[in-house]
Design a protein around this ligand. Structure first.
Ligand code: ADP
Length: 341
């Protein structure tokens, strides 16, 4: 049984396969490994410090924690910092990686005492898995059903004491029984201020060995969607641009040029649809989302704020419109009715 269990464990512990490898590498390189480098989220940090100090004082593992908020705001990083603070080991997996009850059972039975089990994308755990998690979280036991039909029986295994840290971008999709079992607390990560992101960018530039002008760091912060991961990604692109077109130092001018080139492929696709299918708009969010085969939230919360900020689209009471700047960006001529925007 041990062999099957460890094979399953390997499979389930493969984190988030669809994540772009480069981005993962960048995340790891730039991930703060002490609290003072973890910028912002002050209230969460204060609460966690009390919780961790108290748990360590009692020589108990901290209670289960849930972090939620948009991607790239620092949920995984918090899990790493907590693990380090209490001197534990972290086992990582994600909701979609735990397909069967057996996958979860093998993960749980392979935990060592005081391990942190980190489950990313927890909203994608299926209901059967959630039901195995409840007693594991609440009473530290695993109920396993052996056999089928009338001869089936349940055995209960005691689990080593552990802390579950779950992260999700969609807390509303988590069932309320699961939510209620995070006895250590549920914490919502906030978007970062421009000043905080600027500090993150300056720290990241130092780690990457890149000189950056304060004005350039501010520009990156402005376009970062208030998200550290995006800021780090933009910084890296600006660094490449400065290396190819300049002295290697990210100054204000090279940052602006690099950032203009950086409208992501998806943002660009949305712009193209707006211009080509809808003649530049106005078009409602719902229609735009349907044409792009995207979720409304992705366009509304991820692409649109960025395109607005770059001055490529405008929001009007009748819907979104592409600005002349957007046409120019895509190498197209704006129609007359769009020129006076
Ligand atoms: P999430 O799990 O919420 O998607 P991560 O914890 O993986 O986000 O954070 C992505 C990257 O952003 C990290 O590797 C780190 O470089 C950076 N980051 C996130 N939060 C902070 C922070 N508070 N201070 C500094 N860097 C941060």
């Amino acid at each position: 049984m041990r062999n099957i269990v460890s094979l399953n464990l390997q499979k389930s512990i493969n984190m988030n396969n669809n994540e772009n490898n480069n981005e993962k590498y960048l995340d790891q390189t730039l991930r703060p490994d002490n609290w003072s480098d973890y910028i912002g989220q002050e209230t969460i940090k204060k609460n966690l410090k009390i919780l961790l100090t108290a748990a360590m004082g009692r020589e108990e593992p901290p209670e289960h924690l849930l972090f939620y908020g948009p991607a790239g705001l620092g949920k995984t990083t918090l899990a790493h910092l907590i693990t380090k603070e209490i001197g534990a080991q972290m086992k990582s997996t994600s909701g979609p990686a735990i397909e069967r009850v057996g996958d979860l059972a093998s993960i749980l039975t392979n935990l060592s005492p005081r391990d942190i089990l980190f489950i990313d994308e927890a909203h994608r755990l299926n209901k059967m898995i959630e039901e195995v998690l409840y007693p594991a979280m609440e009473s530290g036991v695993l109920d396993i059903i052996i056999g089928k039909g009338p001869s089936a029986r349940t055995i209960q295994l005691d689990l080593p004491p552990f802390t579950l840290i779950a992260a999700t971008t969609r807390i509303s999709l988590l069932s309320s029984p699961l939510r209620s079992r995070f006895s250590g607390g549920t914490f919502r990560l906030e978007f970062y201020t421009e000043e905080e992101i600027q500090r993150i960018v300056e720290r990241s530039a130092k780690i990457l060995g890149t000189e950056i002008a304060p004005g350039a760091a501010t520009e990156i912060a402005k376009r970062s969607r208030s998200t550290p991961r995006t800021a780090n990604h933009l910084l890296k692109r600006c660094r490449d641009y400065a290396q190819v077109h300049g002295s290697g130092k990210v100054d204000f001018d090279s940052a602006i040029k690099a950032l203009e080139l950086l409208v992501t492929a998806n943002d660009r696709r949305i712009l193209e649809i707006l211009i080509e299918k809808f003649n530049g708009g106005p078009v409602g969010l719902q229609t735009l989302a349907a044409s792009a085969s995207e979720e409304e939230e992705t366009i509304g919360e991820v692409c649109e704020p960025y395109l607005l900020q770059l001055g490529f689209i405008e929001r009007t009471p009748r819907g979104r419109i592409a600005t002349p700047r957007a046409y120019e960006h895509l190498g197209k001529t704006p129609p007359n009715h769009q020129l006076n925007i």
